[in-house]
Design a protein around this ligand. Structure first.
Ligand SMILES: Cc1cc2nc3c(=O)[nH]c(=O)nc-3n(C[C@H](O)[C@H](O)[C@H](O)COP(=O)(O)OP(=O)(O)OC[C@H]3O[C@@H](n4cnc5c(N)ncnc54)[C@H](O)[C@@H]3O)c2cc1C
Ligand code: FES
Ligand code: FES
Length: 450
């Protein structure tokens, strides 16, 4: 099944020559083709100078960071770079007329984020969270965004996703194929969105011999709803999860939290499964999954098993995933009716920054006092985990400042110190996040803490 990588670039089908390295980043490849409008600023997903847009079959436009994306991931997809807008396109002109560009280095990335935004809509600040500009200041860029309109370009016709292989880069389309590949290549990278692993390609210039890219596995697609909750397929990007939180009243308190996970570019490809696979103590989705009592579904040849996320995370970047297993889905239970749900995050920057400390809470009230509480923290231990003494300190009390101070005193963490925060800072910050819950519960925090 040895094949050539094919995708639609700027409306034109491209078939890459045999031997094109499938783990070469899209950014390096574009620039080697002379498409140098796409810039390299940081090579780690932060600056957005490399932003290009995935054109989805249904017309959606997903901005992504070309510096984090391996060529093999793009097989069968359609993408547009700044050159694909053409010289007469109004967006760059509007940006220039609004004084939204000076040195111009960030400009192609900002135009591509804007091009996606004109189709996708939503908060313009959110649309720019993944694009840094050192010269202009964001006011004129936001002014320009307000004047821009969807150009109405139709979605591309795309073939159904099929299995493919490019040397050691495998792109299975079914779970059975993926599991067989996992058994045959136990040392292969398991690549999903690549917003963690892509750093090893881009920044560290690693070139793995074998990669199993799971993005196309049919059984891992989409988010499904059932009476007891939601099944989040392992390949469903954060973008889809954020849409779910915005559409589903029971999950609405989580929407502002997930809107701060990375940027639109990161959320376009990054997944909850990847957050679980990395198992970082500061992975932002993990406390939320734990507080809600989510389970991870693992597939192995011959069957599946489900584990609570708490049991799946076994230590610092360690999980219970066995050598022959893959993460198939995450099952998110519907929060108990009337439960108070909150997710809080402290990071050095409001956007596009993983947290130093985070807290997710699911608290059931009865007769004005706490009946049951689940409090899960990130950044406080080797893995995200609950704090049972703090939960116990809340039970039977009103959810007020005094109760949350008591919970803060009961924290049983000895956090690490690193450049994101000292141990002492983390403890204080966690106590502060707990006290924020009282404000949220009283409906007072919405404007203070976005
Ligand atoms: C600029 C930037 C900002 C970021 N901001 C945040 C943030 O705010 N909060 C945050 O939590 N994270 C953040 N991240 C980290 C990253 O986006 C997340 O960890 C994301 O969830 C990774 O998902 P992915 O699909 O891209 O994973 P990948 O990079 O593809 O994989 C990550 C790990 O999971 C494993 N894996 C993936 N899928 C499976 C599967 N199905 N079965 C078994 N193993 C699997 C991989 O083998 C790998 O070890 C940021 C990253 C960047 C570059
Ligand atoms: S080069 Fe900075 S995000 Fe890609
Ligand atoms: S115009 Fe110079 S970085 Fe934005």
């Amino acid at each position: 099944m040895q094949q050539q990588i094919e995708f639609v670039l700027n409306g034109t089908p491209r078939r890459l020559p045999p031997g094109t390295p499938p783990t070469m980043t899209l950014l390096d490849w574009l620039r080697a083709q002379g498409l140098t409008g796409t810039k390299e600023g940081c090579a780690e997903g932060d600056c957005g100078a490399c932003t290009v847009v995935l054109e989805e079959a249904e017309g959606a436009r997903t901005p992504i960071n070309a510096c984090l994306c391996a060529l093999g991931q793009l097989h069968g997809r359609a993408l547009r770079s700044i050159e694909g807008l053409g010289p007469q396109h109004p967006l760059p002109r509007i940006l220039a007329e609004s004084d939204g560009t000076q040195c111009g280095f960030c400009t192609p990335g900002i135009v591509m984020s804007a091009w996606a935004h004109t189709r996708e809509g939503g908060d313009p600040h959110e649309a720019l969270a993944g694009n840094l500009c050192r010269c202009t200041g964001y006011r004129p860029i936001l002014d320009a965004l307000a004047r821009m309109e969807d150009d109405g370009a139709p979605p591309p016709a795309l073939p159904p996703r099929a299995s493919a292989r490019f040397g050691g880069f495998h792109l299975p389309a079914t779970l059975a194929e993926a599991l067989a590949l996992r058994a045959a290549h136990p040392a292969a990278w398991l690549l999903m969105g690549g917003t963690d692993l892509g750093l090893r390609l881009s920044e560290h210039r690693e070139r793995p011999e074998e990669v199993i890219c799971l993005l196309n596995v049919a059984e891992m697609q989409g988010i499904g709803a059932g009476p007891s909750g939601w099944r989040i397929g392992a390949a469903a990007p954060y973008r889809a999860l954020l849409s779910l939180c915005r559409a589903e009243p029971a999950l609405a308190p989580l929407a502002p939290f997930f809107a701060r996970l990375g940027s639109r570019q990161i959320r376009g490809l990054g997944t909850v499964a990847g957050n679980l696979g990395t198992a970082s103590p500061i992975g932002d989705s993990l406390p939320v999954l734990i507080a809600l009592g989510a389970e991870v579904e693992l597939a192995r040849p011959g069957g599946t098993r489900r584990l609570p996320v708490e049991a799946f995370l076994t230590g610092y970047r360690r999980t219970a995933l066995a050598e022959d297993e893959l993460i198939l889905a995450v099952h998110l239970p519907r929060p108990p009716a009337g439960a108070f749900l909150a997710a809080e995050k402290l990071s050095r920057r409001h956007d596009q920054d993983i947290s130093a400390v985070s807290l997710a809470a699911c608290i059931e009230m009865e007769g004005g006092v706490v009946r049951a509480a689940r409090l899960a923290f990130g950044g406080m231990d080797a893995r995200a985990r609950r704090c049972l003494p703090a939960e116990a300190a809340l039970v039977g009390r009103p959810l007020d400042d005094a109760a949350l101070r008591a919970a803060g005193k009961a924290l049983d963490f000895a956090p690490m110190s690193d450049w994101r925060g000292s141990a002492a800072y983390r403890l204080e910050a966690a106590r502060g996040l707990l006290r924020r819950l009282a404000l949220r519960h009283a409906g007072l925090a919405a404007e203070v803490f976005a």
